[in-house]
Design a protein around this ligand. Structure first.
Ligand SMILES: [Zn+2]
Length: 75
């Protein structure tokens, strides 16, 4: 009987450890995907005031503009 209890405890400990490792890896993976989705630092368009990823913006006169140049001016 004591042997059975021992193996049940061992099984629970192993399952707990596997779950702990899995959730840590999932958290790491989510953090990585979040960084990629954000696309780096955000900048503000000087014409329309919209915030967009710097990769999608065009630099001009020390500021940033929308890449398509079709944004409504002012605001
Ligand atoms: Zn704009």
């Amino acid at each position: 009987m004591g042997k059975l209890v021992f193996w049940v405890v061992v099984a629970f400990v192993v399952l707990f450890a596997v779950r702990l490792i899995g959730s840590a890896q999932a958290k790491k993976r989510r953090a990585r995907e979040g960084d990629r989705a954000l696309g780096g630092p955000m900048v503000r368009c000087e014409r329309c005031g919209v915030f967009l990823p710097r990769a999608d913006a065009v630099a001009s006169n020390g500021g940033w503009h929308c890449r398509d140049g079709e944004c409504p001016p002012g605001r």
